[in-house]
Design a protein around this ligand. Structure first.
Ligand code: URA
Length: 209
């Protein structure tokens, strides 16, 4: 089964409190989400392989380490996923960024991909799917399936907040996918909002209602 990691780092938890606060305005909300995404990226990349190199310092040669060439791909789910991409890219500037936009056909309930643009070598990349809210799990499930359909193999899912219902959907459908969270909340309400959550992440990021 996929693992679920909840990052309890004090800085992440502190910033998440202000992200949740209904009195936090759009600008501050966006900045905090960016910062938490960066801090989460630090934790998520903890297991990246490194290799030994020698570097010439101004004084001598130092045995040192660099990332061992593992290629990364970030895949935000439109639109709220966009709010976390730049924070991750600050730490991993060489990562390529793909985008996935999906909606559910209201009659067939099948996922419709209205926009998919991915790096052409996704099968070689460690992919991080990004969406702030893992609520019912529908979008993340469909986005991960869209990547697998195109050859994606090594996939992780990064969210700010999840509901247990969404986590179960992903664990069931994609047991190979590890899930990284800043918080696991209580439940979904009747409208599919996470309780206590933070409201609509897309609206709060982009100032829409
Ligand atoms: N999407 C959001 O933006 N917020 C929720 O609470 C659930 C889904």
């Amino acid at each position: 089964m996929g693992n679920v990691f909840v990052f309890d780092h004090p800085l992440i938890q502190h910033k998440l409190t202000y992200i949740r606060d209904k009195n936090t305005g759009t600008k501050e909300f966006r900045e905090l989400v960016d910062e938490v995404a960066m801090l989460m990226a630090f934790e998520i990349t903890r297991d990246l392989p490194v290799k030994e190199v020698n570097v010439e310092t101004p004084v001598t040669t130092a045995p040192s380490k660099v990332l061992a060439g593992k290629k990364l791909g970030l895949v935000p789910i439109l639109r709220a996923g966009l709010g976390m991409v730049d924070g991750v890219r600050k730490l991993i500037p060489a990562a390529k960024v793909g985008h996935v936009g999906l909606y559910r056909d209201p009659e067939t309930f099948k996922p419709v991909e209205y926009y998919v643009k991915l790096p052409n070598d996704i099968e070689e990349r460690e992919l991080i799917v990004i969406d702030p809210m893992l609520a019912t799990g529908g979008s993340a499930n469909d986005a991960i399936a869209a990547l697998k359909k195109r050859g994606g193999k090594n996939i992780r899912l990064m969210c700010l907040i999840a509901a247990p219902e969404g986590v179960e959907v992903i664990k069931e459908a994609h047991p190979d996918v590890d899930i990284y969270l800043a918080a696991m909340d209580e439940r979904l309400d009747d409208h599919g909002y996470i309780i206590p959550g933070l409201g609509d992440a897309g609206d709060r990021l982009f100032g829409t209602k």
